[in-house]
Design a protein around this ligand. Structure first.
Ligand code: SF4
Length: 223
C-alpha cells in the first residue's frame, strides 16, 4: 500500500504530466541523425554543448564518417579537428573512436538495443544509452541530463543531485509507457521555460506548485 507521501507525489506527477502534455504535445529530439550510430555519436557530442551546434558539426562529419568503419579511418587528431567546436573535443573524439572500435569488435558494427549492451560500450554512459533506447529503439527510458535533473528538483519531483537516483525516482512516479516522452518534455521544459539562469516563471504552468528557491516572484501590477 502506498504511503500518503507517495500518493501525494504521484498526484503531483500526474498534474505535471498533464501540464507537459499541453506545453509539448509532440516532443521531438532536436538532434539530427539517420541511424542509431549517428544518434549515438551525436549524443556523445551533445554533452555540455547545444543540439544546434552538434547538428552543424555532424552535418559535415556524417557526409563521410557515418559508420564505425568509416569513423575509424580518422586519427584522434583528425576527429578532434572536425568536432572541435562542440567543446571537450579531446575526450569526445577519444570516446567516439573507442566506442566505434568496440561496436565493430563486439557487435559487428551494429548498435545494440539493450541498456546493458549499450553501457558496456566504451564512452557510453547510462544517460547516452537511455537517449538511444528511447529515441531510436522506441523503448522506455528516462535519460537524466542536466535539464531533467534541474527541473525535476525545481518542480519538487525529486530531491537529489545524483542522476541515477533521479532516474529511479522518476521511474517510480510516472507510468513506464510515458518515460521516453517525459524525458523529451522535461528537456524542452528546461531548455525553453525553466532555464538554468533565467527561468521563465511568468509563463510557467507549474508556478503555483513550484517551491524552488530559483522561482522568480511575479510582479503584481494590481497593487
Ligand atoms: Fe521553473 Fe520558475 Fe516554473 Fe519553478 S516556476 S518550475 S523555477 S519556471
Amino acid at each position: 500500500m502506498e504511503s500518503k507521501i507517495e500518493e501525494k507525489a504521484k498526484t503531483k506527477a500526474t498534474l505535471i504530466s498533464k501540464g507537459l502534455d499541453k506545453l509539448f504535445p509532440n516532443p521531438k529530439c532536436e538532434l539530427d541523425y539517420k541511424s542509431a550510430y549517428e544518434l549515438l555519436v551525436a549524443v556523445i557530442l551533445s554533452a555540455q554543448c547545444t543540439d544546434k551546434r552538434v547538428n552543424i558539426v555532424t552535418k559535415e562529419l556524417f557526409k563521410e564518417f557515418n559508420t564505425p568503419q568509416k569513423m575509424l579511418t580518422l586519427t584522434q587528431e583528425q576527429l578532434e579537428e572536425k568536432i572541435h567546436s562542440c567543446g571537450f573535443y579531446h575526450n569526445k573524439a577519444k570516446n567516439i573512436l573507442a566506442m566505434s572500435k568496440d561496436l565493430l569488435e563486439r557487435f559487428a558494427g551494429k548498435v545494440p538495443s539493450s541498456q546493458e549492451d549499450l553501457v558496456s560500450l566504451a564512452g557510453v554512459g547510462r544517460k547516452t544509452a537511455n537517449v538511444v533506447i528511447g529515441e531510436f529503439f522506441k523503448g522506455e527510458a528516462i535519460a537524466v541530463d542536466t535539464h531533467v535533473l534541474r527541473v525535476s528538483n525545481r518542480l519538487g519531483l525529486v530531491k537529489t543531485d545524483n542522476p541515477l537516483k533521479c532516474e529511479l525516482a522518476l521511474n517510480n512516479l510516472f507510468e513506464k509507457k510515458a518515460w521516453s516522452k517525459l524525458h523529451l518534455q522535461l528537456v524542452l521544459f528546461g531548455r525553453y521555460v525553466c532555464k538554468s539562469f533565467s527561468p521563465q516563471c511568468d509563463r510557467c504552468p507549474f508556478y503555483n506548485i513550484c517551491q524552488s528557491e530559483d522561482k522568480k516572484q511575479l510582479l503584481n501590477f494590481a497593487d
